[in-house]
Design a protein around this ligand. Sequence first.
Ligand SMILES: C[S@@+](CC[C@H](N)C(=O)[O-])C[C@H]1O[C@@H](n2cnc3c(N)ncnc32)[C@H](O)[C@@H]1O
Length: 240
Amino acid sequence: MKAIVRTNFDDSVSAYDAYEQRTGRFTALARLLAAELSARADEPFDTVLDAGAGTGASTRVFAERARRTVALDISHEMLCELEGAPRVEGDFDHLPFVDGAFDGVAFTASLFLVPDPAVAAREAARVLRPGGVVGAVAPLGWVDADGTDVFADLERQSRSPTGADAVEGALADAFTVTTGTWRFATTAENVRRFHAIPAMAARLYPKLAADERVAKARELLAGLEGTVEQRWRWIVGVAE
Ligand SMILES: C[S@@+](CC[C@H](N)C(=O)[O-])C[C@H]1O[C@@H](n2cnc3c(N)ncnc32)[C@H](O)[C@@H]1O
């Protein structure tokens, strides 16, 4: 499964950056997460691990707040786009860092992508110093003005859960956590653009090739109109 996630993101660089340039959504999530982390930190950040850094939207946010931010990602192609921070190609489940190396570990829209977030949560606990803070953001989906899931009546290959509960449970087993929900009003067109990212369309059509799944997602969402709400759960924990 991780090899598939890696390939999906390797295929996603240009569509990901186009979506981020248009919406700034991942930058906004990282800023909100950084504020929650700072509020629980016992001192200003010296070192932060941006876990699942992608092309660097979240890295830029943490780099403004810490003396040293390290960007780690499993996707070579995503990481190649990232500038301004040390880059490490690696997996959440085997972090190539010594115990207690970081004051903060941030998973901005990334921890929900692993098969078992408990392994990564334990790794995050290992590389954090005592009193260090971990944060994750995981998707809760999209709802229309009536509060109905916009995908509820749409036929697609996968109805996989969003993963937010698994992320929260895994972090709660390893840390003392606080959680909440962020809601963003957005347009139907932005929902289509989000699913023009091959890695995101893979959550609807996991068995299709990248261009086919993006085309199918566009078709599936063609009738969506107006404004919708995108919801994300945030979880922040403190290491013992
Ligand atoms: C939705 S992107 C978020 C990127 C970035 N944090 C941002 O805010 O723009 C998720 C990233 O997590 C990475 N990822 C997924 N599973 C991973 C794993 N097991 N180890 C490291 N990175 C992983 C993906 O390659 C992808 O770049």
